[in-house]
Ligand binder design. Structure first.
Ligand SMILES: *Cc1c(COP(=O)(O)O)cnc(C)c1O
Length: 467
């Protein structure tokens, strides 16, 4: 695992560029350098011991997508006269995603969507549309949005960028779900949209969306379902008979859904969908400059030029898998998640947080969960650290469905808990990076931790200085 503060991670092996070299280098030399970095970095997840991150992990699938990407990477989706393929790819990606989200149940409006650069992009576009709708249609000066604490930080980013007031609701510590009655209480005349997750990132749990939708529909406010993580997985879980509460357009009050093609859609990184019950809401992100000297400018979203390559590769991923392909992968993922859950339940020192779907989150009331993480890290596992309460999660992806991974998890977990018992009272190494402070986040702690995160960003975003 590389040092997060290291600004020059490859300086021992490769030259550090401090400016644009006068002479180019031979392609083969560059190829070899790229191959070395990529091959070594892929080893971190190929074992199946890495939570989330690499949703597909099938190199043959990646090669196929890269081929599709390569054919269109240089084309610009803004210039449809030259690339009508972009209109086909984008329209069909959205048709497939809307189909998956049961847009066929929508009556009275025309469902629509946008293909964006990722989950954050989808969430930002949805929140922008709600803001514009609130301002222009409902006459709300400073609109607000309401999110359960567990909903993704991209909603806070949207509030920050778009001048929305963000209201955060606590969740039940046992179920990790938001209370629809609390949502009802939080809605007022400024509310542009309520957010619910299917499932949320920390625990993979699904908010009571049908109940929340009754509240939002009665009050005439939007309901955005964040299916960035679960959007391309949960529908197949439902088809396979798993207990998945309703979250898609079959729920009448759901007005938009984000679903990431670059997660369980198994596409390349940099693509996602945001889907709207009503095209009129989607169109709030349109932008026009009719009188610019450079010509008439219009774009459907916040982006300007976009690579058609990502549309082509996302389309290729979906078309090559089909419902049957997705269902088969989902079946293995849900089965692996259930087996991982069983291994946690079989360990008396550990306790599940929420009811697992395809994310298994666990904590301990007996040992320091970060000691467990330390020992699992030493055995090659990479979990995500959660706080309030301190916990770990494993978002199950296709690499975990390989033979032997579950057995390795169960065996390593037993040893890790024994390690945690042996080291009781000593500080855990990974707590510094992952852990929440006991007693919650005081203002002082927040300032301190933000300063550390700023140093991390400064290190990671640093530019090699000229010599
Ligand atoms: C990953 C994720 C996002 C944000 O997606 P990015 O692709 O990282 O921008 C939003 N919501 C949930 C639930 C997620 O898991």
């Amino acid at each position: 695992m590389s040092d997060l503060f290291d600004s020059y991670p490859y300086q021992d092996r490769f030259p550090v560029l401090r400016g644009l070299p006068e002479q180019g280098r031979p392609r083969d030399e560059i190829r070899a350098e790229l191959a070395t970095m990529a091959t070594e970095e892929d080893r971190a997840w190929e074992s199946g011991q890495c939570s989330g991150t690499m949703y597909c992990g099938d190199h043959e699938h990646y090669d196929f997508l890269t081929e599709a990407f390569g054919r269109f990477a240089h084309q610009n989706a803004l210039q449809r006269d030259m690339c009508p393929s972009a209109t086909r790819f984008e329209g069909e990606i959205l048709a497939m995603a809307l189909d998956l989200m049961h847009a066929d149940a929508v009556t009275g409006t025309t469902p629509a969507g946008l293909v964006t650069s990722g989950g954050t992009g989808s969430i930002l576009h949805a929140m922008l549309c709600y803001r514009e709708h609130a301002r222009t249609v409902r006459g709300i000066d400073r609109p607000s949005i309401i999110k359960p604490e567990t909903a993704h930080p991209a909603f806070a980013k949207a509030a920050h960028l778009f001048g929305l007031e963000l209201r955060v609701l606590p969740v039940d510590p046992q179920t990790t779900l938001v209370d629809p009655a609390a949502v009802a209480d939080a809605i007022d005349e400024t509310t542009a949209a309520v957010i619910a997750s299917a499932g949320n990132y920390p625990y993979g749990t699904i908010d009571p969306i049908a109940e929340i939708a009754e509240v939002t529909a009665a009050r005439g406010v939007g309901l955005h379902v964040d299916g960035c993580l679960g959007g391309f997985l949960l529908p197949f879980g439902e088809e396979l008979g798993y207990d998945i509460p309703p979250f898609d357009f079959r729920v009448a009050g759901v007005t938009s859904i984000s679903a990431d093609t670059h997660k369980y859609g198994y596409g390349l990184k940099g693509s996602s969908t945001v889907l709207f019950r009503d095209q009129a809401l989607r169109n709030q992100s349109y932008f026009f400059v009719p009188d610019w000297s450079g010509g008439k400018y219009y774009s459907p979203s916040m982006d300007g030029s976009r690579s058609v390559g990502l549309l082509a590769s996302t389309w290729a991923s979906m078309v090559s898998l089909g419902r049957a392909g997705y269902r088969e992968h989902a079946g293995r993922i849900f089965a692996a998640a259930a087996a991982i859950r069983d291994a946690v339940v079989a360990t008396p020192e550990l306790r599940l947080v929420g009811t697992p779907t395809f994310v298994v989150a666990f904590t301990s009331d007996v040992v320091d969960i970060y000691h467990v993480n330390d020992a699992m890290r030493a055995r090659g596992w990479r979990f995500n650290g959660l706080q309030y309460p301190n916990a770990l999660h494993l978002a199950v992806t296709r690499p975990q469905t390989q033979d032997g991974v579950i057995e390795r998890f169960a065996a390593d977990l037993r040893e890790a808990v024994a390690y945690a018992r042996d080291h009781a009272g000593q500080p855990a190494v990974s707590a510094a990076l992952y852990g929440g402070l006991p007693g919650g986040m005081t203002a002082d702690a927040s300032v301190f931790i933000t300063a550390v995160m700023r140093q991390l960003l400064d290190a990671q975003q640093s530019v090699p200085a000229p010599r």
